[in-house]
Design a protein around this ligand. Structure first.
Ligand code: DNO
Length: 354
């Protein structure tokens, strides 16, 4: 297992590489070229710049999150082949720098969705929160809220340029039902797999967050059944998961540890975070400590450990604590605490079994 930390790049993140370097156990930076639009090729010289920065701190760049998938691929338009070719070129370029895992999602239009980015918790910190009743039919209000609250930082999937085109995007997706989306995902992955073998890069899909349909848009990777369907649909060791405990764990019927026990060999990347459920369907993100939420963090770590997980882990979102001003969910302090908790669990299991 390799511990990693997501970083948005110089000038685009409140956290610095020198701070990350001081968190015990972090070997890899989870990175991306955040200025790139879906469908654009990531050029060699742009990737080389990131490498130069990370090399200075002795931090690796083996995991990319995310190379985003162009909507035309998800919708299945004729133009998709050109965008798939570009994606393939990006994979080839990334492989020259030793990238091993590419995280992506196949969610139509929106990436992860929350209704409150700074919800107060009883201990005085704030965290990301989802209030079911606030997700109405019209996503415009949500989009405006998110753009306002991210305070200058763009949130992946909610970039202002995309949000300006919301009605056009909804129109393009109007005939895309769940089965069509599955077909388009299969088409995309089948084109990519030979290149992934050649380049040694695993494609690791991120589950849909929250794991249910929103705004009338279909969502695919939502539970154990759909994860199994996904892995068998393209049954290839390079077709993998970014298993996000917080995304799947938002549905109280999902047991993330069970999914790990069943599919550990196909998990390339773990996002570990904890969620607390409310009876009315709302949920709040909480600290990584097992007792603070309902996700079963200890069981998750145990399942990874017992099944010999050898992929990458990152603490997913953290709370905002000690008055930190940061990207929603992506501060330094609580994610660093999360790492220490998770490494404590992994180290203890190693010691007990060693
Ligand atoms: C949220 C992240 C997601 C993830 C994408 C993968 O914090 O986990 O935005 O990066 O869904 O493409």
């Amino acid at each position: 297992m390799k511990m990693s930390f997501r970083w948005y790049g110089t000038g685009n993140d409140s956290v610095t590489l020198s701070q990350i370097k001081q968190i015990p156990g972090v070997e890899e930076i989870v990175w991306a070229l955040h200025n790139k639009q879906p469908g654009e090729i990531w050029e060699i010289d742009e990737i080389a710049e990131v490498k130069k920065e990370l090399d200075e701190y002795g931090l690796g760049m083996e995991v990319v999150e995310s190379v985003n998938v162009h909507d035309d691929i998800k919708i299945g338009l004729d133009t998709r082949d050109q965008y798939i070719d570009n994606y393939i070129q990006t994979l080839r370029n990334l492989s020259q720098f030793g990238v091993k895992v590419v995280c992506y999602n196949f969610m139509p239009i929106f990436d992860w969705t929350r209704t409150d980015l700074f919800h107060p918790l009883p201990d005085g910190s704030t965290a990301l929160f989802y209030e079911k009743n606030k997700i109405k039919d019209d996503p415009k209000e949500m989009a405006d809220y998110i753009l306002r609250e991210t305070k200058g930082y763009t949130m992946p999937g909610w970039e202002p340029e995309r949000m300006e085109q919301l009605s056009m995007l909804f129109e393009k997706y109007k005939d895309v039902d769940k089965e069509t989306l599955w077909e388009n995902l299969k088409y995309f992955l089948e084109k990519l797999m030979p290149v992934c073998h050649e380049c040694g890069i695993k494609m690791a899909i991120h589950p849909d967050d929250p794991p249910w349909d929103i705004f009338g848009l279909p969502r695919l990777i939502v539970d154990e059944e759909s994860v199994t369907r996904f892995l068998t649909m393209v049954d290839d060791p390079y077709n993998c998961l970014t298993l996000c405990s917080g995304s799947l764990g938002a549905n109280p019927n999902n047991c993330v540890a069970d999914i790990i026990r069943k599919h550990c060999d196909r998990i390339a990347f773990m996002h570990i975070r904890n969620v607390k459920h409310y009876e009315n369907g709302d949920f709040s993100e909480v600290s990584h400590r097992d007792q603070d939420g309902d996700t079963g963090i200890l069981e998750i770590v145990r399942a990874l450990h017992d099944n010999g997980f050898d992929g990458y882990v990152r603490p997913d979102h953290g709370r905002h604590i000690w008055n930190e001003k940061c990207r929603p969910g992506y501060g330094l302090y609580d994610r660093a605490l999360g790492i220490m908790y998770l490494l404590g669990c992994f180290d203890m299991l190693d010691r007990l079994n060693g």
